[in-house]
Each structure stands twice: as C-alpha cells, then as structure tokens.
Design a protein around this ligand. Sequence first.
Ligand code: FAD
Ligand code: FES
Length: 282
Amino acid sequence: MTAGTRKEKSPYIPASAEIVKVEVLAEREKLFQLRLKNGGPLHHQPGQFVEVSVLGVGEAPISLSSSPTRDSLFELGIRVAGNVTRALHRLNPGDMVGIRGPFGSGFPVAELLGRDLLFVAGGIGLCPLRSMIQYAIDEREQFGRIILLYGCRQPAEQLFREELQQWRDRPDIEISESVDRCPPDQAWEGNVGVITTLFPQVEINPDRTTALVVGPPIMYRFVAAECLAKGIGKDRILLSLERRMKCGMGFCGHCQLGDLYVCLEGPVFSYEKLYQLRGKEV
Ligand SMILES: Cc1cc2nc3c(=O)[nH]c(=O)nc-3n(C[C@H](O)[C@H](O)[C@H](O)COP(=O)(O)OP(=O)(O)OC[C@H]3O[C@@H](n4cnc5c(N)ncnc54)[C@H](O)[C@@H]3O)c2cc1C
Ligand code: FES
C-alpha cells in the first residue's frame, strides 16, 4: 500500500472524550470523570496512563485513577502543574478533551492474585494506586489482605476523603494515615510524621505480600528500605516512575532510562529491575 492510499489511523490522533463530572479533591487537585465519545470502555489496566490533550494547549501524561471494573467511564486525578493541567482545571462537564492510550504496562494484576497487597501512597500517588485499590475491592475474594499506608504533607491535602471513609468503614481494608505536619488551623487526630513512620504499626507476612508504591521520588528510597526491612523481596516491591513523556509509545525517547522506555515497559517497575538498571539503590 502506498502512503497516498494508507488508511491506518495515526497513533498520534487522540480519541475525543467528554468530561462527565469534575470534583474538587484538594486545593491543587481535581478528579475528572470522562466518557469516550464512542461510548465504549477505555480497556485499561490499573497503573496505566493516558496522554490527555486540550485543544490548542498541549498534552500531558496522566495515570488512570479508576478501575476498569467500574464501568465505561474512567477517572483522572489531576494536580495543577503547568499549561496543560491548568487548562484542564478550567474545563467543565460537557467540555471535550483528547485521549491517547492507555499506555504502559501498569500493575501486573495476574501476578497479584492471591497476594496480600501493601499499598504505599505519598500525596498524589494515591491517584494511580486508587485504580488498583478499586480493582482489588471489586474482586475482593481474589486477593489477600488490603493494607493502605497513605501520607500527605498536611490534612488539607488528603485526596478522596469520602472514599477513604468508605474504605475505613470496611472490615477487610486496613488503613494507616499520616501527615508530615498539621498547621494550627487544621484538624488531625492521626499520626504526624513522614510516611515511613507508619511502617512499625504494620505487621505483614513478607512471603505473601507485594508492596505497590507511588509517590514523590524522594519517598521511594526510604519506603523501599522499610519494605526490605520487613522481608519483602526486591521483586515484590513495585514502584511507579514518573519520567518526562511525550509520545507514550516508545518513539520519541523522552522517557528513556538506559536502554529502556519507561512509557512502554513501565511506568511500574520492580525494585529489583530498577536496582539492576541503575546499579545502585533506587
Ligand atoms: C506516567 C505518568 C503519570 C502521571 N500521572 C499523573 C496523574 O495521575 N496526575 C497528575 O496530576 N500528574 C501526573 N503526572 C505528571 C504530569 O504529567 C505532569 O505534571 C505534566 O507535566 C503536567 O503538564 P503541564 O503541561 O500542566 O505542566 P508542564 O508545563 O509540563 O510542567 C509543569 C512543571 O512540572 C515539571 N515537570 C513536568 N513533567 C515532569 C515530570 N514527569 N517529573 C517531574 N517534573 C515534571 C516541569 O519542570 C514544571 O516545573 C504523570 C506523569 C507521568 C509521566
Ligand atoms: S514517551 Fe516517547 S519514547 Fe517514551
């Protein structure tokens, strides 16, 4: 077939999606519920991401925040960072955005079946982890314990407050929460300290447990050390990496780490794999 007769759709052309609902999560974060214009499901896996575009502004990689088990709608939790996310925060229900993807390999769901899941979420890291937490809740009998350690800088920055309360109310989810500090004008009765201060409270069976960790890069080294100290194997500590990404498809090289494309083979990697790649601690 010649270029002139080629009918394949370019992978750079986004699908249209309508914003169904916008919810304010915290000062800098909003949750967007979206529906593809064709009405069909996105067919994503927990831990994958999409490239979201606003016409005339640009595109940004954003993790799927909802589980594919929910319905044909999907959700993105977005923090204001720069041009694209600022433009997204100005949109309302009924407005359209572009969606490419889903991209990346996401969490290895099949390998997690039957395992105890130790989720460790730092700040906005709860957005990508929520897709896997919801999945494990919806397929509850397929997983062992669900343990969530969630830390953010201050109480006002907690995301998904109503959903967190629903999780706290369930007997089959164990949650420990922390804030780095509590300013005098905010209320907090829980733990104060960085997220690693939650680890001594948690008893796990290391042979049964996989840790799923998403948060700011600074958190990874310290959380990985706590997981290792509890006896969790390096191959059972999963971390989601944020790299600068453009194409999301292994073409542009923006996300490269050594000879590996994070957009294709990640963003979720085991600690073991990252250790091999970097030749040193994460
Ligand atoms: C796989 C993946 C998943 C992501 N998931 C989410 C998500 O669920 N929710 C969310 O709010 N954000 C997420 N991000 C981050 C988001 O893509 C960036 O904040 C993005 O740059 C925002 O685009 P922008 O045009 O608004 O800001 P930009 O103009 O691109 O940048 C704003 C600021 O962020 C810095 N920056 C840009 N990209 C990165 C990066 N990858 N790492 C560190 N600093 C960066 C820039 O230097 C600048 O200071 C994800 C990123 C990746 C790679
Ligand atoms: S983002 Fe282009 S190669 Fe990964």
